[in-house]
Design a protein around this ligand. Structure first.
Ligand code: NAD
Length: 505
């Protein structure tokens, strides 16, 4: 039996004893006030650090710092080229420290090091380069149709952003929020998930090793109900960008609505992955495994409902199950590991609870379904797959957010489309087929923000990403982030004198 250990004195990079807020360019000293919450290593179940929760007063200080930096500081007022230079410095400092940030992410979130070092880390740095470029290319509009007027539309930074992120891909997602917010001249307060504070605390420290003015990027840590709620409700915040669960999204939208603040919500999913008989089945199998099991199965865009055409279902499911049983579950720091531990204990228990839920709905357990027996400690579970009786089963309707695949079979493509759309969610859809009319039919009929054809999980940052229905409001993309994080201003000027009524003359 494997026993993965954690030894602070031998840690590859320093781990802070306590993680605090970072406000106005400074780390907040860890004094005795505020709740202390454990930051865990899900591979070993050790408490590796503590999070000192930011209370209302600390959140207020962070928003005030961001407000001051926006209302009076140099960041919104500097030239785009100067801002771009600083964004490139941030990219460079993050790249220079990518090993440390990836280490902290794997330690605290359990995402495999292959993924944090090879994918999320580079994406974290690239986010700053990408949004610096987007902002530097952004142009206004001019209208001359109404003579003799010229109306120009300029885009101005919107102000202070409240940025709230989840635990499943902290560095990739939260840096996208920071970069897309500040590139347009805004300032921000970030609140990462209370389960994964380590990596982002270091990222914010590193950002301050550049010429970024103080108060532009602030960080508060703590639980959603305490720190998050104080941030979203703060009247000094101008805009709220949230990624997380659908229930939380509703609460946040309601709070932001009270202050009439725009809100973007990237929420959950239960995406259909349609495998047709006209697919290249080998590629469909590879892609379907990646779509549900990568990132430890904890991803909003997972292909978690696998809809398979009846005439190929038995063979496809059989192969999928055999491959699932050969997936390497283990220490996320080992290069060969494909699935690491789930992020925290309560989450692991919730994922496993769906095995009984599936059975009580008449589903057949195909493989997995229990805690992995190969480890003394850690939140490891076996890659799991069930075959549901129909799409009404809870395992087809609820987001499980783990390495848990649900199969449903279909007779023809019209039935597959109907099943795919029988969902409260609409984040992405997958289709595997070599037959163009089938691909186009599915792509047009599915009510989801992104359709992946014969490919799993391909994010194009330039193109809109976001959900239909309960998967969210708004989109991330070059253009969408520009409109979300700026206010449009129309200025109208007559190009010549024109007759004007002389009231009172
Ligand atoms: P969550 O909703 O529990 O928490 C997300 C964040 O919101 C955390 O920082 C949390 O502290 C904070 N929060 C909770 N309650 C709050 C409140 N009342 N006010 C303010 N902040 C509050 O989600 P999670 O468990 O961290 O993440 C998993 C969820 O995120 C899944 O549903 C997943 O699908 C979704 N997700 C969506 C996307 C996307 O792009 N659509 C990407 C990643 C994850």
């Amino acid at each position: 039996m494997n026993h993965i250990t954690f030894d602070r004195s031998n840690a590859k990079f320093p781990i802070p004893e306590v993680v605090t807020s970072f406000i106005n360019g400074q780390s907040i000293v860890a004094d005795n006030h505020g709740e202390r919450l454990p930051a865990m290593c899900p591979s070993t179940e050790d408490t590796v650090s503590f999070l000192r929760e930011a209370d209302k007063a600390e959140v207020d200080a962070a928003v005030q710092a961001a407000r001051e930096a926006f209302d009076k500081g140099p960041w919104p007022r500097m030239s785009m080229d100067e801002r771009k230079r600083v964004m490139h410095q941030i990219r460079d400092v993050l790249l220079a420290n990518i090993d440390e940030v990836a280490y902290l992410e794997t330690l605290n979130a359990g995402i495999t090091h292959g993924h944090t070092r090879g994918f999320h880390g580079p994406r974290m740095a690239w986010n700053f380069e990408f949004f610096a470029e987007v902002a530097s290319q952004a142009a206004g509009e001019a209208y001359t149709q109404t003579k003799p007027y010229l109306s120009i539309v300029t885009r101005e930074p919107i102000g202070v952003g409240a940025l709230i992120g989840p635990w499943n891909a902290p560095i990739a997602l939260c840096t996208m929020k920071i970069a897309s917010c500040i590139a347009f001249g805004n300032t921000c307060v970030l609140k990462p998930s209370e389960f994964t504070p380590l990596s982002l605390r270091r990222v914010v420290e590193l950002i301050h090793k550049t010429d970024i003015p103080k108060g532009v990027v602030n960080l508060v840590n703590g639980r959603g109900q305490v720190t998050g709620d104080a941030l979203v409700s703060h009247p000094g915040v101008d805009v709220v960008s949230f990624t997380g669960g659908t229930t939380t999204g509703r609460a946040i939208a309601a709070r932001a609505g009270q202050n009439l603040k725009p809100v973007a919500l990237e929420l959950g999913g239960k995406s259909a992955n349609i495998v047709t008989a006209s697919a290249n089945l080998e590629r469909a199998l590879d892609g379907s495994l990646l779509a549900i099991y990568s990132n430890n199965g904890q991803q909003c865009l997972a292909g978690s409902r696998i809809l398979v055409e009846k005439k190929i279902a038995a063979e496809f499911i059989d192969k999928f199950v055999k491959r699932s049983q050969q997936i390497i579950v283990g220490d996320p720091f080992e290069a060969k590991t494909q699935i690491g531990p789930l992020a925290y204990e309560a989450h692991m228990k919730r994922v496993l609870s769906y095995v009984d839920i599936a059975k009580s709905d008449g589903a057949e357990l195909l493989t997995g379904g229990k805690r992995h027996t190969g480890f003394k400690k850690g939140y490891f579970i076996e890659p799991t797959a069930v075959l549901a009786k129909n799409n009404g089963a809870r395992v087809c309707q609820e987001e499980i957010f783990g390495p848990f695949a649900t199969f449903v079979t279909f007779e023809d493509i019209d039935e597959a489309i109907a099943i795919a759309n029988q969902s409260e969610f609409g984040l992405v859809g997958y289709v595997w087929s070599e037959h163009l009319p089938t691909v186009m039919k599915v792509s047009q009929a599915i009510r989801a923000g992104t359709i992946w054809v014969n490919t799993p999980l391909t994010r194009e940052l330039r193109a809109p990403f976001g959900g239909y229905k309960n998967s969210g409001i708004g989109r991330d993309s070059a253009h969408d982030c520009m409109t979300f994080f700026t206010e449009a201003k129309t200025t109208t000027i007559p190009l010549q004198d024109f007759p004007m009524a002389k009231w009172g003359a």
